[in-house]
Design a protein around this ligand. Structure first.
Ligand code: FCB
Length: 474
């Protein structure tokens, strides 16, 4: 690749990597942990690729010390992990289980001893099954349960963890979990999906209040969204309107109440056939709008949409698995299209413009708000070569493009403070099981051996110097 002017990030820019509890921990029956909706779902025949489950995953629960050593070798300054709710509060109610909290304490201590900042996500999709049995996210009480859980974790870890995020990608929890059903708990009820979205918002608001009450003043409270970078296929009014609808359902349904204390009128109107929104009580949206220390953006791929010309054209795929049920309540006449250009092994097309555009959007929408990229990365079918090394030039190229886009956004005024690669290591990719590899480190699922790929070395160079390395030739 030809070199332009060098891309240098400031020395206080945080370079990290992300994982999530159910995707890496394993040890699902240890220390008093009870099933989450993902245990139930993955053990339900037909729900995941080849019936894969997170029972063992990467065995991070037992191997976390080695994994932190690996992070040190990669020069990482931060590690974003999530807490398994049913490991620390098995029924989703009542007192915490000490052994569960101890695991996250030990992990945080190991990170701090290695000079790596722990970044804790409270909820990365693994609701305790008992709470789903009581109605799950479509039920208002689940938001209060989340706030109580947030307080328990904050009391136990507030002395050592400074960076907190409430939810990861509530869009997936609500619309894949209760709409298209490709994620746990696998329900396919559009009205329930919209109620789930509101109660996740409420959980964020109540959870943020609970964290503020329990954490020292220096703690930072944030949330990770996966806003859509939506492009109309053509510039016609009908296609532009399709893009507007998806923007409302993908992004503004969360950023509206969280940043501005409101649901937009067009969202309410578009979904009026599905719900009258009477589950939103007076004061809710103001409660959801809590002051945030930063907004975190996860970005992978753009969405190209058009007004469907006939019903047959409506493409139900959404990138996380196919379903005959739509994850877009009320948006029945919208078609999704493959964007031109290269794709990753997920079939996700590559467009780094989305990264800079989304960061700039939020920096304009919420002036002064700090931003982080808490997920970005790519799956490829990389394999070890004869000498046992894993060369993944496509992943390096993807990262280079997207990190350049982060730099562009900073240069244009977005206050982006850090970037987290998804993922530290190959792991359980939800309904795709172990068939999709996102890691900078390869995991051999027979031996659980970790093998850093060439992207791990490339990323280490970046993390150590802040200077974006070139993409190696060939
Ligand atoms: C995101 C999820 C993460 C992982 C990546 C590929 O939507 O937050 O757990 O599955 O996609």
């Amino acid at each position: 690749m030809t070199s332009g002017s060098p891309i240098q990030f400031p020395s206080d820019f945080l370079w990290g990597s992300s994982t999530a509890s159910y995707q890496v921990e394993g040890a699902v029956r240890e220390g008093g942990r009870t099933p989450s909706i993902w245990d139930t779902f993955s053990h339900t025949p037909g729900k995941t690729h080849r019936g894969d489950t997170g029972d063992t995953a990467c065995d991070h629960y037992h191997r976390y010390r080695d994994d932190v050593a690996l992070m040190s070798r990669m020069g990482l300054q931060a590690y974003r992990f999530s807490v398994s709710w049913s490991r620390v509060q098995p029924t989703g109610r009542g007192p915490a289980v000490q052994q569960g909290l101890d695991f996250y304490r030990a992990l945080s201590d190991e990170l701090l001893a290695a000079g790596i900042t722990p970044v804790l996500t409270l909820y990365h999709w693994d609701l305790p099954q008992e709470l789903e049995d009581a109605g799950g996210w479509p039920v208002r009480d689940t938001a209060q349960r989340f706030a109580d859980y947030a307080a328990l974790v904050a009391e136990a870890l507030g002395d050592r963890v400074e960076l907190w995020t409430t939810l990861n990608e509530p869009w997936c929890s609500a619309f894949l979990g209760y709409g298209s059903g490709v994620h746990a708990p696998g329900r396919t009820d559009p009205a329930a999906a919209l109620r789930a979205a509101h109660h996740l918002n409420l959980a964020h608001g109540l959870g943020t209040q609970a964290l503020r009450a329990a954490l020292p003043a220096r703690a930072q409270v944030m949330v990770s969204l996966n806003p859509a970078y939506v492009k109309p296929r053509t510039d016609t009014p009908a296609d532009r309107d399709a893009a507007r609808q998806i923007d409302a359902l993908a992004t503004r349904v969360f950023s509206g109440p969280m940043l501005h204390g409101r649901y937009d009128d067009d969202l309410i109107a578009d979904t009026s056939r599905i719900t009258d929104w009477s589950h939103v009580r007076d004061g809710d949206t103001q409660l959801i709008r809590q002051p945030l220390d930063a907004l975190c953006v996860n970005y992978y791929t753009p969405s190209v949409v058009s007004a469907a010309e006939d019903d047959g054209e409506v493409e139900r795929r959404d990138g996380h698995g196919a379903s005959e049920h739509s994850p877009w309540p009320g948006a029945d006449r919208i078609a999704f299209h493959q964007a031109p250009g290269e794709q990753t092994a997920m079939g996700w097309s590559i467009d780094p413009t989305g990264m800079s555009e989304l960061l700039l959007r939020f920096s304009r929408e919420a002036p002064g708000l700090a931003l982080y990229v808490t997920e970005n990365g790519a799956a490829y079918d990389d394999k070890p070569d004869a000498d046992g090394r894993v060369h993944d030039p496509e992943r390096i190229a993807y990262l280079h493009q997207h990190i350049s886009a982060v730099h562009d956004a900073r240069a244009a005024g977005a206050d982006v403070r850090g970037y987290f690669l998804w993922s530290l290591m190959d792991n359980f990719e939800w309904s795709y099981g172990y068939s999709k590899r996102f890691g900078a480190v390869r995991v051999d699922y027979d031996t659980l051996e970790r093998i850093p790929k060439s992207s791990a070395d490339w990323y280490a160079q970046l993390a150590r110097t802040g200077l974006l390395p070139e993409v190696p030739e060939g």
